[in-house]
Design a protein. Structure first.
Length: 347
């Protein structure tokens, strides 16, 4: 008989990264339970929003058990864990956008810090929980002092989001040690790809290119990020879930290559032809100076092999948007309507 695959509970599993992680684990034979509050941080009637959500539920989450729940409610959380009996918890549920966290700090605290405390504080109450995986962020490093940035590099977050994610890491380590539950901490960076609804930079670039809108950017030649295709990030997280070598370790899970925003624009211009690019005034007060992260530890211990360069990842992402986000193509073909002189009152 084969080794029984674990039952995995993913908080935030219906989100962008979470749904791809769920798909990876389902394909690996795991029993997957998704716990999600379905909270939205952007306009939910955006043209591609419903199409992306439908794809997540019909394709990525096909075979998973999906439960609505609020991990800020400790008793509700306890009931859901008792019902699911997971052997591994992946904690992804959190406000996903650094720029939103900057101005909605109380909501960010509840979502990132308090929710993480709730979850990590009760894992020791259940003997069936054997591992806790916390998905953090490369924003915890602040300005990169070393490139590529290693896991043991200095952590000096520059903004609210990075500070709260680092707080989450400290809570997870402390509480998991207290409860003698192995943990793994994952630090992704600049994730992009199919079903992104959160208006990250490459989603905006791709959708604007498809609808003949300008690409607005600040300092594109000097802004470097470790752009990571979502399937690669999901693969790295899945490897950490399934390997004992990940226990009580921290991992950068990225492409491992720093690329500029200008690189991304150049790739898209090879796909679409000449695009209109507009520069915006710079406001870098809270934006850390970043680049490549060192992924050698994940490669060595987990066998992590990020498969998609920026060129390959953007080509696949554009193909997805063309196939699935039909409303964007309809928007592109629509002619502007002249406003009528008189309008009927709202009913």
């Amino acid at each position: 008989m084969g080794v029984k695959k674990p039952r995995v509970l993913i908080t935030g599993g219906a989100g962008f990264l979470g749904s791809h992680v769920a798909r990876r684990l389902l394909d690996a034979g795991c029993d997957v339970i998704v716990l999600d509050f379905f909270h939205q941080y952007i306009y939910p009637l955006a043209p591609s929003f419903l199409e992306n959500m439908q794809y997540r539920h019909e394709v990525l989450l096909n075979g998973a058990q999906v439960i609505r729940g609020n991990i800020n409610n400790k008793e509700d959380l306890r009931r859901q864990i008792i019902k699911a009996e997971p052997s591994i918890i992946i904690h992804l549920a959190a406000l996903p956008l650094a720029n939103v966290a900057l101005w909605q700090t109380e909501e960010a605290f509840d979502s990132i810090v308090y929710a993480t405390f709730n979850l990590a504080d009760i894992v020791g109450d259940f003997t069936f929980i054997k591992k806790f995986v916390y998905v953090s962020s490369s924003m915890i490093y602040g300005d990169f002092e070393t490139i590529p940035m290693p896991e043991d590099g200095r952590k000096n977050p520059k903004d609210v989001y990075g500070s709260m994610k680092l707080t989450g890491e400290i809570l997870v380590k402390s509480l998991c040690r207290k409860h003698d539950v192995p943990y793994a901490i994952i630090r992704p960076s600049a994730i992009y790809g199919p079903t992104d609804n959160n208006r990250r930079v490459l989603q905006i670039f791709v959708e604007n290119a498809l609808t003949n809108k300008p690409l607005e950017v600040t300092n594109p030649q000097a802004t470097f990020l470790d752009f990571t295709y979502v399937e690669d990030a999901a693969e790295g997280i899945s490897l950490a879930v399934l390997s004992d070598k990940a226990d009580n370790q921290e991992f950068n899970v990225t492409r491992g290559e720093g690329r500029s925003l200008q690189d991304a624009i150049d790739v898209l211009q090879k796909i679409f032809g000449q695009l209109e690019v507009r520069t915006k005034p710079e406001n870098a007060k809270f934006r850390p100076s970043r680049g490549a992260l060192d992924v050698s530890k994940a490669k060595k211990l987990l066998g992590y092999k990020p498969a998609h360069s920026l060129e390959e990842g953007l080509a696949r992402y554009v193909d997805y948007v063309r196939r699935v986000n039909k409303s964007l193509l309809e928007e592109k073909n629509q002619k502007p309507q002249r406003l009528a002189k008189k309008t009927s009152p709202a009913r």
